[in-house]
Design a protein around this ligand. Structure first.
Ligand SMILES: O=P(O)(O)OC[C@H]1O[C@H](OP(=O)(O)OP(=O)(O)O)[C@H](O)[C@@H]1O
Ligand code: HPA
Ligand SMILES: [Mg+2]
Length: 188
């Protein structure tokens, strides 16, 4: 490939690591153990919220020892902006019925809470036997609506992060650590 085009985005390696991949692996394993204990003897359905939760879900599913299946939903709210528009819309629904099932919604980040409170309401309409939320990150300072997750890997301050599934304008999802996205890079 030609290297004549300079990168338009800052390289991820220049961004400060907030949570290392080793710290992530440790917390995911702990949450997997906790879920396995809480649901011992039951089957669960993990519902990942595309696209950010895909990586956390794939790690979490492998850390859970009880019978599980997954499904995915997609919603739109942030688009390419860093700030939520506040409007949440369902773009892709679940493929399989969840009535009477034990369901865990899996998110990469709980921020304003708008996405998860919308999804929780929607999923409850399907009458699951139980419904819980697992999130890799929680930014409690940003909450606009009251909602808490049942399983939280890390609580973080109000700073924009990328990596481990999380993006800035769709980039950096494959970065293995969770890194701080610099304010001065906004608009690149
Ligand atoms: O609590 P909230 O303020 O609603 O924010 C959290 C949501 O925002 C992000 O999704 P985004 O819309 O960026 O989609 P993506 O997962 O495809 O990046 C993130 O993945 C959560 O789904
Ligand atoms: O800090 C964040 N990073 C990426 N996506 C997000 N969506 C909400 N908050 C964030
Ligand atoms: Mg995003």
């Amino acid at each position: 490939m030609s290297n004549s085009t300079p990168p338009t985005f800052p390289p991820s390696a220049t961004m400060e690591v907030l949570i290392s991949k080793e710290q992530i692996a440790e917390r995911v394993a702990a949450i997997g153990k906790q879920i396995s204990a809480d649901y011992a003897g039951h089957s669960i359905v993990l519902i990942g919220v595309l696209k950010g939760a895909a990586i956390f879900l794939s790690d979490l599913a492998r850390a859970i020892e009880v019978d599980n299946t997954f499904d995915f939903v997609a919603v739109s709210s942030y688009g390419r902006a860093r700030v939520s528009s506040g409007a949440v819309k369902l773009i892709k629904d679940i493929d399989n019925p969840i009535e009477g099932k034990h369901v865990i919604i899996v998110e990469d980040i709980l921020d304003t809470g708008l996405t998860l409170s919308y999804l929780r309401g929607l999923m409850l309409q399907h009458k699951p036997a139980s419904l819980k939320i697992a999130t890799c990150l929680d930014k409690p300072e940003r909450r606009l609506v009251p909602i808490e997750a049942d399983y939280v890997a890390f609580s973080i301050p109000n700073q924009f992060v990328i990596g481990y599934g999380m993006d800035y304008a769709e980039r950096y999802r494959g970065v293995e650590d969770i890194r701080l996205f610099p304010d001065e890079a906004v608009g690149h």
